[in-house]
Design a protein around this ligand. Sequence first.
Ligand SMILES: Cc1ncc(COP(=O)(O)O)c(C=O)c1O
Length: 387
Amino acid sequence: MQKFETRAIRLQMERTHQKEHSTPIFPTSSFVFADAEEMRMAFTEEIDANIYSRYSNPSVEEFESKMASLENAEMAIATASGMSAVFACFACHLKQGDHVLLSQAVFGSTIKLFENFFGKWGITYDLVNSTRVEDWQKYVKRETKMLYLETPSNPALDIFYLSDFASFSKTNKILLVVDNCFATPYLQNPIDHGCDLVIHSATKYIDGQGRVLGGVVAGRSDLVSAIVPFMRNAGPTLSPFNAWILSKSLETLSVRMDRHCENAMGLALYLENKPEVLYVKYPFLTSHPGYQVAKKQMRAGGGIVAFELKGGVAAGRQFIDRVKMLSISPNLGDTRSIITHPASSTHSKLTQEQREQVGITDGLIRVSVGLEHLDDIIADIDQAFGQ
Ligand SMILES: Cc1ncc(COP(=O)(O)O)c(C=O)c1O
C-alpha cells in the first residue's frame, strides 16, 4: 500500500473527458438519465448511478474514500459538520433503552445531544471523568451499548490509551467510538488500536484553513453502512463544494500537521519557562501525565497547547485582550493561530466545579498553534504577558 502522504494526494476520482489534472467539482443537486428504463434501474439499484446529491455525489464520494483510506477504515461517510457526524453515529447505533458511557472530557455539544435529545428518546448515559479504564467498569450495565471518548480531549488535552479502551469495550461487548478531531488521521489511527468507529470534525485540521464545516464517520463497512439510510432520508449531507475543499485540503494535511506540531512544541517549551505560567499542557511534553501513552499512539503531539495563568479568570481575560496577532475565535486547526479563554467563553455556561472536573481551570488559555513563523507566535504571546 502507498504511504499516507501519497494516498492523501493521489486518491482521486476518475479523470473526466476534459483531462483535468486537479480534481474536479460536481456542484449539482441531481443527475440525468438517458430514458425511463435507465432511471428505473438506477432506483432499483440494478445499476450503480448517481440520482440525487442527498444520496451520492462524486465530490463527496472522493472525500469519503480518501478519509476511509487515511483512517485505515473499510468505509467512511461524510456529513455537513462534525456534530452531524456525532449525531448520525448515535442515532443509527442506539435505540430506546440503551445506555452510553460518555467521557466527561468530550466536546460540549456532544454531551448536549444526550441532555436535549437522546435522553427524551429513552437513551441513558453516564459521564465518566477518568482516563484510567479501570474506573469505567463500575458504570457498565447490561444495557450499555457504546463508549464514546475524545483523545486528545478539547480543551484539556487528556490522553486515553486506545488499546486499553478497545480491549475493555470488546470484553464488555460495547461499541467503541473515538472522536479523532484533535489528532487527525495523520497523527493517530484509532482503528489500528481496535476502536470500532472514528469521528471527525473536518472543520478543523482537515480543512485547516478555517473555511468550511464538515464531518466524517469511518470504520467497518457494516457499522458505517448502518448510517447511510439516515443520511439519505434525514439529509445532513456534506455539500459537493465543501467536499471538494476538504478533499483538496487532505493533499496537504501531512505537511501542515508536521508544522502545526513543530510550532506547538516550540510554544509549549517556551511557556514552560515563563514564571507567570502555573503549568503547560501538551501531550508530547514529558510533564504531561499522558506523555508515555501519547508517544505510543500518536506520531506527534498535535497543534493545541493549553496553559494555566496565575491569576485566574481576570488574568485569562486580560491576556486575551493583550494579544495583537493571534485571533480571538472559537475555532481551531487553522493556519492562523487562535487563542481562547474557555472559562469566560466556550465553557462559561458550566459552573466552576463542572469546569474543573474536566480540567478547565479559571486561568486556562487554549492556543491553536497556526502556521505563522514560530518567532512571531511567541513574540505575540510574550508581549501579552506584559511587564
Ligand atoms: C473535538 C470536537 N468534536 C466535534 C466538534 C464539532 O464539530 P463541528 O463544529 O464541525 O460540528 C468539535 C468542534 O469544535 C470538536 O472540537
